[in-house]
Design a binder for this molecule. Structure first.
Ligand code: GLU
Length: 557
């Protein structure tokens, strides 16, 4: 039984950095369902084994786990459900506003649309929704396409709404001619008051000719806010949001692509485009349900069939900044270094931190199109990314907030250590301590320094054993003891990582919540920008700047 628990604890620790008792218990029960009646006695044992496993280093876990065998797990079917009526083929769209590059929130819609289009060999249209000139960020047109390329989303056609203004004008005129729309000169407040009182405004009863003339005046005479085109949905509808909502308006803000002053509102442009582009299925969040209902009126007035709408639940993403407008302000104020600042949830920031797009895709496919609201699991994204980068990341020691340790009676020390324990062919790095007058100097991380006690026997990983002699503020005196790992194991010594003091390389690790500075081992002098590395007992990071001083962007443990 202990062996069974141990095996799952090791696997869980390897996948997630640390083993979790509940998860391990789940796996144990999945393998031996007959133990379900004995959970009460099982749990303390699981907790004990998990604690033991969590005290092991990654290498030890890897070594031990190779001695266990796992049932080939029936790949749990996490597949997306079929789309209704997809047999005849699908045309889908991803329709972001070009107000900034894409972030994790967008990635869901982009990846899911792409996955369905690939499944049904359909067509995916990228539609850039830029009919609110005040919210257009000109570089975003390019950035969004670059981001989609990075995500592996295959776009068959790009449509930019601002180049389709004539189409929206034509459809607005047509609705006016058929008596389904009118030009309204009420102020926002006036209309609001009437609407809540279920009363028609004085403009609603105008003739078609008057409305057509007033529509032309929107292009020439009326100023922003003086007139809108409203759809005659009915002022007595039970939902006030549906009552004669506007479909066209004037904006005097400068548009980077066109010189215009009359623009469609989102629901009008979206409905017309979805119809004209032959969209068969619309995937969108539940927050768009009201919009879908408004768009249904447009379809009804034109007599068009509606596409299939699928509304998925909200995805709560914590820990990173996502609001495009707030990010833009933050960049201008110098709070963020740019759109790829490590604190952001943009795809650029994730890429800079060393996330692979395959991991993001997998995380989003798992999120899926479920109706229920869910929280984005960073843990899963980390685990997927770890699977991809662990084999390619060489390992190095990095000590954050370094504290110097002066080691007395230090012999000459030099040892080759593999860059990756599983791939000897990748070569090795050399850890060297050259004592001067019997004294060697190294750095350890402040976090470890804080835990060490006077007289403690400590193993410096891949190195040697020392005994702490004296702990001073900001440095420490130790004494060389022995070389053998066995000795350290027997004494259940703490294993800590370290960096030889001479030739230590200054390293800054940029994290979403701030930065760590410290030293890395001399071999880091050879890494190159873009390389993924694993700092032992610290985590995975992507080298952003290399050379005499390293800047690394942190990904995950
Ligand atoms: N551009 C809008 C958005 O990004 C429309 C999306 C949609 O119609 O589904 O929210």
């Amino acid at each position: 039984m202990r062996r069974l628990i141990r095996k799952h604890a090791l696997k869980n620790a390897l996948e997630f950095g640390k083993a979790n008792s509940k998860a391990v218990l789940g796996k144990v029960l999945a393998e031996k369902p007959e133990l379900r009646d004995r959970v009460r006695e099982l749990l303390p044992l699981v907790e004990q084994v998990v604690a033991e496993v969590n005290a092991l280093g990654r290498e030890e876990i890897e070594r031990e786990i190779s001695g266990y065998s796992f049932e080939v797990k029936r790949e749990r079917r996490r597949e997306l459900p079929e789309l209704p009526g997809a047999e005849g083929g699908v045309v889908m769209r991803f329709a972001p506003n070009p107000s900034g590059p894409l972030h994790l929130g967008h990635a869901r819609a982009a990846v899911l649309n792409d996955a369905y289009v690939k499944r049904y060999s359909g067509t995916l249209i990228l539609r850039l929704e830029d009919t609110d000139p005040a919210r257009v960020y000109p570089p975003a047109y390019e950035m969004i396409q670059e981001d989609l390329h990075w995500l592996g989303v295959h776009i068959h056609r790009v449509v930019v709404q601002s180049s389709r203004l004539e189409i929206y004008y034509r459809h607005a005129r047509e609705l006016i001619e058929r008596g389904h729309a009118y030009v309204c000169e009420c102020t926002g407040e006036e209309f609001q008051r009437l609407k809540l009182a279920e009363q028609e405004c004085e403009h609603r009863g105008k003739s078609v000719e008057e409305n057509l003339a007033d529509f032309e005046r929107m292009f020439t005479e009326f100023k922003e806010g003086e007139a809108v085109v409203r759809l005659k949905t009915g002022v007595e509808l039970s939902d006030p949001a549906m009552r004669d909502f506007p479909i066209m308006r004037i904006s005097e803000a400068k548009h980077p692509r066109v010189s215009a002053r009359v623009y469609p509102l989102m629901n009008f442009a979206v409905a017309i485009d979805d119809h004209l582009l032959g969209i068969t299925h619309v995937l969108r969040g539940k927050d768009h349900i009201v919009n879908t209902r408004k768009q249904a009126f447009v379809y009804r007035f034109f007599g068009w069939p509606m596409p299939e709408f699928i509304h998925y639940g909200r995805l709560k993403i914590e820990g990173v900044a996502l609001s495009t407008s707030r990010i833009k302000e933050g960049i201008e104020a110098g709070k963020y270094s740019g759109w790829d600042d490590a604190a952001l949830g943009t795809l650029r920031a994730l890429a800079r931190r060393g996330f692979r797009s395959e991991a993001v895709r997998r995380a989003m496919l798992e999120v899926g199109i479920k109706q229920s609201d869910i929280s984005f699991s960073w843990k899963n994204l980390f685990a997927y990314n770890r699977e991809l980068v662990e084999p390619i990341a060489n390992r190095y020691f990095f000590v954050a907030s370094p504290v110097e340790v002066v080691i007395e009676h230090m012999p000459e020390f030099s040892r080759e250590v593999r860059l990756h324990p599983s791939y000897p062919e990748r070569g090795s790095r050399r850890l060297v301590v050259k004592p001067e007058a019997g004294v060697g100097r190294i750095f350890i991380a402040e976090g470890d320094y804080a835990k060490l006690r006077q007289g403690e026997f400590v193993r410096l990983m891949e190195g040697f054993n020392v005994v702490i002699q004296e702990k001073r503020r900001h440095w420490m005196r130790a004494r060389f003891h022995s070389l053998e790992l066995e000795e350290a194991k027997r004494r259940r010594a703490r294993l800590i990582h370290w960096v030889p003091a001479p030739h230590a390389v200054p390293v800054t690790v940029v994290k979403p919540e701030g930065r760590d500075t410290g030293y890395g081992e001399p071999a880091l002098g050879e890494v190159e920008p873009g390389d993924m590395v694993q700092f032992e007992r610290y985590g995975f990071a992507r080298i952003d700047e290399a050379g005499e001083r390293i800047i690394a962007y942190y990904a995950h443990p």
